[in-house]
Ligand binder design. Structure first.
Ligand SMILES: [Zn+2]
Ligand SMILES: [Zn+2]
Length: 143
């Protein structure tokens, strides 16, 4: 089902749906926490042992140019990728670097600061929360 879905997405943007591209896209879509290129590489290699990290990078930037994914920058970490193109905010775990999507209507509804025109026009309102995720908290209490 997921594969069919992905093929449709590729068709819509006019990209040829090669098995490698589909694999990369599906991993992006299914892997939680907004994976980095290196994480995707480790997984794609299980099915395509000859693929290079460079190919992963090129495919990711191709996806990005076509608006299939978004780059997420945070902390001083590697570039991470997001397949969720709907408006959302992020919770970033400072321990395991996982990024969790969240919606936050109260924040979206807060009026813009006065004098906003001085800086320019706003295209997106985005909040990044940093903390320790429940998985990491659990590990800590079990120690
Ligand atoms: Zn964590
Ligand atoms: Zn996200």
């Amino acid at each position: 089902m997921l594969e069919a879905n992905s093929i449709d997405i590729f068709k819509k943007i006019g990209l040829r749906a090669t098995p490698q591209r589909l694999e990369i896209y599906n991993i992006l879509k299914l892997k939680e926490g907004h994976p980095a290129a290196e994480d995707i590489y480790e997984q794609v290699r299980q099915h395509f042992p000859s693929i290079s990290l460079d190919t992963i990078y090129r495919t990711l930037s191709l996806f990005e140019r076509h608006g299939v994914i978004k780059k997420v920058h945070h902390l001083a970490d590697k570039t991470r990728y997001d397949t969720n193109l709907k408006h959302h905010h992020h919770f970033v775990c400072v321990r395991c670097k996982k990024i969790i999507d969240l919606t936050w209507e109260a924040v979206d509804a807060v009026p813009m600061p006065e004098g906003i025109r001085k800086w320019g026009t706003v295209e997106e309102r985005y909040v990044e929360l940093r903390g320790i995720c429940n998985d990491c908290l659990k590990k800590e209490t079990h120690r």
